[in-house]
Ligand binder design. Structure first.
Ligand code: GDP
Ligand code: MG
Length: 464
């Protein structure tokens, strides 16, 4: 991998109008380039400024000497900067024109436009942060809830990296023990004791599998949990969506079969980001459009992390309701008994089939019972520890790349143990341990390829 040596620049604030806009430069020419475009009333130059100071002045076009904008320029010298290179940030007015004009002057000075995520990529390549931390940057930016942000920040601060490093150290130790014996069989190196090796393998494996298991939950905080509201027509699915998101988003009518396409909205339940989907009623379709709606509802059930199956307490349960119960049986589901403000005398709330999953009674119309429902949703999706606002969550893996590498590492470790058990040559055991180390190294970016890096950083926004 090549270490970057050119200077890059980009607008780091989002497009559109804002109070301020920031153009960020990083690289060895950053300070000199802005000095050529900058004039201060006191004739100060950036190159004479101390690191991490701000200077007031104007950006001017060096050809026409026209003033482009009134700015504040921050000077940050390597190595204590975001990228570990010299960084200059120009705060100008947050309009499209000043930002565009200043950026184009900067580019005219021989600076290259940064690619998405390139500032963070440099922070990684220059060794300020590891790959796990670099990936956490985008998660902090994209976090949908406070809790998601907290988990991402924990990763950014290096807590997950520390755990991976600790596991890696244990594997390295084990590997060294075995390789020493292989390399110096005649010397006084003792044959590593099988029971001891077995015990360390077991403890390493436990730590790895705790991480791997945490992904089920961690993923929800990064991506949001997909929650499908399903049921036969007219039971109050759209009404439930509306009370959950506190908006009249979905059309509610007493005409069965109104909702045909899936409506998706985001929701924050106790810090858990949830994508709620209102679906078309599931029943024997009366026409093609409805049939397509039903097909999509069934697909939504399959794709969901949790299903709310809604039933209408103002009528007795019927065949269509039983169909719905059957459709969600294999999923994490909550049975929602709606319209409890007008319960029909023949509606059996204790119906055994209905109670195969947790049942919650609500009235979407009167907004009653929805707080209990929300608690059930969180409890169903997440272990008790996470949603409590004051509890720092255990280490969670939120990213599929990390989960896959943890699993590959576990697999190699397991193979190492097996070879030992079968009494195969220690070289074979050592080889598997090396593979385990490689997978762990790949998580933090100790071993990586340009291809992986490009994939990761292309997800970023420009200017970060
Ligand atoms: N009494 C009562 N009516 C409700 C309740 N929830 C929904 N409804 C009514 O039931 C009808 C169907 O509601 P809607 O949300 O469109 O059902 P969907 O077809 O399942 O999406 C509408 O007339 C709603 O006003 C409830 O909790 N109590
Ligand atoms: Mg509807």
């Amino acid at each position: 991998m090549n270490f970057p040596d050119d200077t890059i620049a980009a607008v780091s604030t989002p497009p559109g109008e804002g109070g301020i806009g920031i153009i960020r430069l990083s690289g060895k020419d950053a300070i000199a380039v802005i000095d050529r475009l900058f004039s201060s009333p006191l004739d100060k130059r950036l190159k004479d400024m101390r690191s991490h100071t701000i200077i007031y002045g104007f950006i001017k076009d060096p050809a026409s000497l026209d003033r482009i904008d009134e700015v504040l320029a921050s000077v940050m010298r390597a190595p204590l900067t975001y990228t570990r290179e010299d960084v200059v940030e120009v705060n100008c007015h947050g309009g499209r024109v000043p930002l565009r004009r200043i950026l184009s002057l900067v580019l005219n000075e021989g600076v290259r436009l940064a690619e998405p995520g390139e500032f963070t990529k440099r922070a990684f390549l220059n060794g300020r942060i590891d790959l796990l931390q670099a990936e956490a940057v985008i998660d902090v930016i994209r976090a949908m809830t406070d809790q998601s942000e907290r988990i991402a920040l924990q990763q950014l601060e290096g807590m997950l990296s520390a755990e991976i490093m600790a596991i890696k150290d244990s594997v390295t130790e084990l590997c060294a023990l075995i390789e020493a014996y292989i390399d110096f069989p005649e010397e006084e190196v003792e044959m590593p004791e099988k029971a001891g090796i077995d015990a360390s393998v077991r403890s390493i494996r436990n730590r790895l599998s705790a991480l791997s298991r945490s992904f089920d939950e961690g993923r929800l905080f990064r991506e949001g949990a997909a929650m499908a509201i399903v049921g036969k027509p007219n039971v109050g699915k759209s009404s439930l969506l509306n009370v959950l998101i506190k908006k009249d988003r979905a059309i509610v009518t007493d005409l069965p079969g109104t909702t045909r396409d899936i409506i998706e909205e985001s929701l924050n339940i106790d810090g858990l980001p949830v994508r709620v989907m209102d679906t078309a009623g599931i029943r024997e379709a009366h026409n093609l459009a409805e049939a397509e709606g039903v097909k999509r509802s069934l697909a939504a059930i399959e794709g969901a992390d949790i299903v709310l199956a809604v039933f209408d307490a103002s009528r007795p349960l019927d065949q269509a309701d039983r169909q719905v119960i059957k459709r969600v049986r294999h999923k994490k589901a909550i049975m929602v008994i709606n319209k409890c403000d007008m319960i029909h005398q023949d509606f059996d709330q204790a119906d055994t089939e209905l109670n195969t999953h947790t049942a919650v009674k609500i009235s979407a119309l009167k907004n009653e019972g929805t707080d209990i429902l929300k608690k059930k949703i969180v409890a169903t999706l997440s272990s008790k520890k996470i949603p409590g606002h004051d509890v720092i969550p255990d280490l969670l893996i939120t990213n599929i790349r990390h989960k896959q590498l943890v699993d590959t590492a576990t697999f190699s470790l397991e193979r190492a143990r097996e070879t030992l058990e079968r009494g195969e040559p220690l070289e074979v055991t050592a080889l598997s341990l090396r593979e385990c180390l490689d997978s762990l190294g790949e998580i933090i970016g100790a071993v990586t390829t340009e291809d992986i890096l490009n994939r990761i950083f292309s997800e970023f926004c420009i200017g970060k």
